[in-house]
Design a protein around this ligand. Structure first.
Ligand SMILES: [Zn+2]
Length: 351
């Protein structure tokens, strides 16, 4: 979970721009230099399934566009006038007040020692992210932009802007929390332009990779494919109902995780699963791996340690309830919402 309180920095404009329409078309996104008034338009194509964009998935950023093992090539790209450096301050990215633009910083605004990572090449332009958390009051271009946690505004953003902001946030947060080797406790240092850290103890040399927690999320249908399980976890915000999810245990396949979690949480026996999509969820360092699943059984045994409630819902019932005062769907940028809406738009498929 997010420990900051980014809400403090939000203007009403960001909250008012929430668009509940599931078919809302992503808007054009720009990344702009703070001193560059001739902004460069920038459109990312999102991963699409069932004709819907899935937030935080995006194409068009070539992560291996430069040789990460060649520090001179990375340094030359960083010092080139085209380089875009996205500042990340205490998990927040610099965004225009209307939420349409991610801003970059000129190199000379960085302090010596601010961690820097290479994100990738976009149409030949190198993109970097800098952790400027050590700055006390970083410049924001006056009233036109502010540092905002992408978690707070993700539902309003187009997939590319949300994705690159979340990617930078995840990678830099991992660097900050991985400064010592878990094997020998010596300091580590960034390698491969930010995709790895390596232990500085020559007798150890352990290589550390960004922590990513795989989690399954599953839309469980009855044998007819007519109804699905919606549940309320004790930790959910009031009235939110969602599908089941759980972290992958060591030694488990994804299919086994789905079956185990469903059995643990609602007592159903899974007969079939089908992979649907995946989504990086930077806010808990997770990779969400989504499945459509079919239960062989229908009697729900709700595990009240984990869940407040769980029930079967038909497509019509979800449609009738949705966004009522007592039944709301998960946030619009979540893969849970994507799975629910995809299922509602599809014809029933039996086990
Ligand atoms: Zn070590």
């Amino acid at each position: 979970m997010n420990n900051d309180d980014p809400q403090k920095t939000l203007s009403p404009a960001h909250l008012d721009r929430y668009d509940p329409s599931p078919s809302a078309v992503p808007r054009r996104t720009e990344i702009r230099d703070v001193d560059d008034q001739t902004s460069r338009p920038f459109s990312g194509s999102a991963q699409r399934l069932f004709d819907r964009p899935l937030p935080y998935t995006f194409d068009g950023l070539d992560r291996d566009g430069l040789d990460r093992s060649d520090p001179a090539a990375i340094a030359a790209a960083l010092n080139s006038p085209e380089a875009k450096i996205l500042p990340v301050w205490r998990r927040r990215v610099l965004m225009s007040d209307d939420g349409d633009t991610l801003h970059s910083w000129p190199r000379d605004r960085l302090n010596e020692g601010d961690p820097l990572v290479f994100l990738g090449l976009r149409d030949g332009t190198p993109y970097f992210a800098a952790d400027i958390s050590a700055h006390e009051n970083p410049e924001t271009e006056g009233a036109r932009a502010q540092f905002i946690d992408p978690w707070m505004v993700g539902p309003n953003l187009d997939p590319f802007l949300a994705g690159v902001g979340a990617y930078a946030r995840h990678l830099l947060a991992w660097h900050r929390s991985s400064r010592f080797c878990g094997r020998c406790s010596s300091p580590t240092e960034a390698a491969r332009a930010g995709l790895e850290r390596r232990c500085t103890n020559p007798d150890c040399g352990e290589v550390h990779f960004p922590r990513i927690n795989p989690a399954t999320i599953m839309l469980v249908q009855d044998p007819s494919g007519e109804r699905c399980v919606m549940a309320r976890n004790h930790n959910f915000p009031p009235t939110i109902h969602s599908i089941l999810a759980g972290y992958v245990d060591a030694g488990e396949t994804l299919e086994q995780t789905v079956a185990r979690e469903v059995a643990e949480e609602v007592g159903l026996r899974i007969g079939r699963v089908r992979y649907a999509a995946s989504q990086p969820w930077a806010f808990s360092n997770s990779l969400m791996i989504a499945f459509f699943a079919w239960s062989e059984t229908e009697a729900l045994q709700v595990n009240t340690e984990e869940l407040e409630r769980a029930d079967w819902y038909s497509r019509d019932e979800i449609d009738a309830h949705r966004d009522s005062d007592s039944f709301r769907l998960p946030r619009r940028d979540s893969i849970a919402r994507f799975m629910i809406e995809s299922w509602m738009a599809s014809d029933p498929e039996p086990l």
